[in-house]
Design a protein around this ligand. Structure first.
Ligand code: ZN
Length: 295
């Protein structure tokens, strides 16, 4: 996967508390509802999309091996080529991140607010939070991006993913804001990661996330095309999913995502579903943990 895609996409996080591992996962088990009801439906060039007969969740039959599981695979270094490449991508992403910051600021004052960005990439969002007066923590499993965040922004991102005791024990009920920007679709186990993210939120704390929508025109027309062509022409499905490391593994419908968030005990307080022909194809969601005092 390219650095550009890495930066854009954020990171998958593998919960060790989940009753499965990346090596032994049985893909007939639905990653959303847990039923043994998922079967291959769309066979693409490089991967296969499983569909759950119980809840209609779509996910591919591949998982990422995390750097923590295989540290020797992390050979890329932050040389001048990588640095310049990241800088160039950041210029493109800055406006989007500023819009996300404005969304968070619309929901609560940021000054002295404790925030955690899951899938922090090179730390630009965390940096913007700090500029706004917030205290910013970030999770970033990839060493090269942590190095960039440290050198560029003096921001120390953590390698430990959200299921780690560093978060679950030392930061339980701690954060007023947790963000997952463009991250949910990349996670090995999105339900478990969200559950663990909610554990570190304060009562009354807010969760912000965005993720591609399966209700989009592009997705629907691709499914029709696949069926009509007997699999010969899956249109955009080939670009919506990828077996390469840290790429899209699942895409939620608005209903599946809001049901999940509520099942995990949060209340959806703002929801932006992209229109059928909206080119962003994104669901943007803000949800609140029960209780008072987010700050
Ligand atoms: Zn299911």
């Amino acid at each position: 996967m390219s650095l550009a895609a890495w930066i854009r996409c954020g990171w998958p996080l593998t919960p060790t508390t989940a009753p499965m591992t990346t090596e032994s996962y049985d893909f007939s088990r639905c990653k959303l509802c847990g039923a043994a009801a998922a079967a291959p439906r769309y066979r693409l060039k490089t991967t296969t999309i499983q569909v759950c007969a119980a809840c209609d969740f779509h996910f591919i039959n591949q998982l990422d091996v995390m750097p923590t599981e295989r540290p020797e695979a992390e050979v890329r270094t932050l040389d001048v080529v990588a640095w310049n490449f990241i800088e160039k991508q950041l210029k493109k992403n800055r406006r989007l991140l500023e819009q996300r910051l404005a969304l968070v600021a619309r929901h609560l004052p940021l000054n002295e607010t404790e925030c955690l960005d899951i899938g922090a990439g090179v730390g630009l969002f965390g940096h913007l939070l700090q500029e706004a007066g917030a205290t910013s923590f970030g999770i970033e499993p990839q060493l090269i991006f942590r190095q960039f965040a440290e050198e560029k922004y003096r921001l120390q991102l953590r390698a430990e993913t959200i299921e780690h005791p560093f978060w679950q024990e030392r930061h339980a009920g701690h954060f007023a804001v947790v963000t997952l920007w463009d991250t949910l679709e990349h996670l090995n186990f999105p339900v478990e990661t969200l559950r663990d993210a909610i554990q570190v939120m304060k009562p009354g704390g807010l969760l912000f996330l965005d993720t591609p929508s399966r209700d989009s025109f592009y997705y629907r027309i691709s499914e029709w095309s696949y069926r009509l062509s007997n699999g010969a022409n899956p249109l955009f499905l080939n670009s919506l999913y990828s077996p390469k490391p840290f790429r899209h593994k699942q895409i939620f419908t608005v209903q599946q995502l809001t049901d999940l968030i509520e099942r995990l005990g949060l209340k959806v307080v703002e929801l932006n579903r992209s229109g059928l022909f909206d080119s962003s194809n994104k669901i943007m969601l803000v949800a609140q943990k029960p209780g008072d005092s987010a700050r």
